[in-house]
Each structure stands twice: as C-alpha cells, then as structure tokens.
Design a protein. Sequence first.
Length: 313
Amino acid sequence: MDPIIQLSQQYLLHCQFQKNLSAKTLKAYAIDLRQFCEHAILSGQTDISSVGKPILRGYITNLVENYSIKTAKRKLACLKAFFHYLELEERIIDDPFRKMETKLKEHKKLPSVLWLPEITSVLTQAYNGLGEQGLRSYMGLAKYRDIAVIELLFATGIRVAELCSLKRCDFSSDMASIKITGKGNKDRTVYIGSKEVISALAKYLQAVEALKIESEHFFVNRLRNRLSEQSVRFMVKKYSELAGIAKKVTPHMFRHSFATLLLEEGVDIKHIQEFLGHSSITTTQIYVHISSESRRHVIETQHPRQKLSFSNR
C-alpha cells in the first residue's frame, strides 16, 4: 500500500509542475497536507487505503476547533483536491469525500475600516517632518516612499501584495493611472484622481532617481530591493500608532476603507468591484453591510431626536 506521506509529496510535485501553482500556495498546501498526515498517523493509519470517513470527520472537527472557519475551509479544500487527485491517479478506488457532508458555515464578519478622520491622522503623521531630509539621502527617500505607499493604499484600494509588486512600467507617464496585476494574474487599470497623490508618487520617484537607484520595482527598501509586504505592515503600524489609533491597523484596512467610503458617497457598487479587482460582485457586496451599519450608527447617535425626552412627563 502507498504511504500517505509519500503520496502527499507526489501531489505537491503535481501542483508545482502540472498545475503551476504559486510558491505561496505550494507552501500553504505543504503545511496543510503535513498536518493531515500527522493526524492520520496519530490515528494509527499510515496507508492511504486505511483513511476513511471517521478519520476525515475527526480531522474536520479538529480544524473547526483550532482555526477560523475561513482557514478551516481552505485547509479542507486542499485535502479534497488531494483525494480527488488520488482517485484520478487510481491510488484509491473511491474518493471518500464524495458522499460526505463537509459544508462549514462561516459567520459573516464585517471587515474593520478606518474612517476619514482616522485616515487623516495617519496621513498627517506620515507627512510630518517632510523636507527635513533632502532628496539625496536615504532618510529622505524613505520619507517620500512612506507617504507614497500610504497615499496609494487609500487612493486605489490596492492589495499590499499588488502594491509591492508594482514596477515602474506599470505607471503612466503622468502617474495618473496604474496597471495592477491582481489575483489570478488578472490585470486592471486604476486611476488616481487626486493631484496630491500624484505629486507624492512623483516626489518619491524623484528621490529614487536622485540616488541613482536602478530597479524595475517601483517601491524599494534601503538595500535597493523590492519593498516587502511585511515592511508595509510595519510602516502602517508605525504611523497609526503615532496617530494615536488604538485599534490594530493593517494595510488591508485601507482597502476596506476605500470601498466603504466610496459607497458612502454613492458610487455604484459595480464600479467599486472593478476598482478592487473582485471577480464576483458578491465579494464586493459585504461593503453594503458596512455602509448600512455606518448609517445606522449615525441615526442612533446624531439624529436630533436623541436630544428630546418625554418619558419622564
């Protein structure tokens, strides 16, 4: 019989060379499959033919108890794909998932957003001290870069991975539009309507050119390499803390804020879908719920009727 660990390694090679999955996805699959193999072995099963519904149900229970529903669903999807592969390759007779109920109910959780006063505070902190360093110093470059990054996060709703992958050739000559390669290698063009944001991007590029940095990537670090996603997270954390914002602020919150605030201004949800690069409008519709919550909060706290009281008469 085929050892389960050996088959999982073969499946990963299949994903790498036949399905051409990204390195990030392959890494996640490797972790997911290793966890399942460990569960099966601890249950006394090392051969794939011994893995049946009881072991799978126990593993699913373990996922639900130890992970968020979103993560559990992702790990389960990986496992289903693995067993589907095994059946196609005739390593198992029947896929045990075929007659199993595996739906995991996900409770809708509204994403956290930054409201305009909070974004204003973050940008204020980013702009503080501008001009104290010259364009020809790394400190000056870092300052202009930080401003450009935060401005771009809010101006376009771009994902942090998309931002870090931007290349100089992705920007139009006037910096007013950007070609973004999103999930599934789908390209979209976003436009920048603010002259101040365009100016921030242009100033950063001037700093890059002043230091004679040659890189295909638009945003670079002190080693002149591509700016990492983690660096952007640290950057956002730094300025949000300086702004005195108590909640944990992430780059993705600017994306949520971009969509929510546009919706509050009456922008058609289909336009927002295109701006964000969502393949389905269902994904975008979560911002309708956020907008509804916001409107409810306004009515509950700011409607003049709250100032009147008749109950004691």
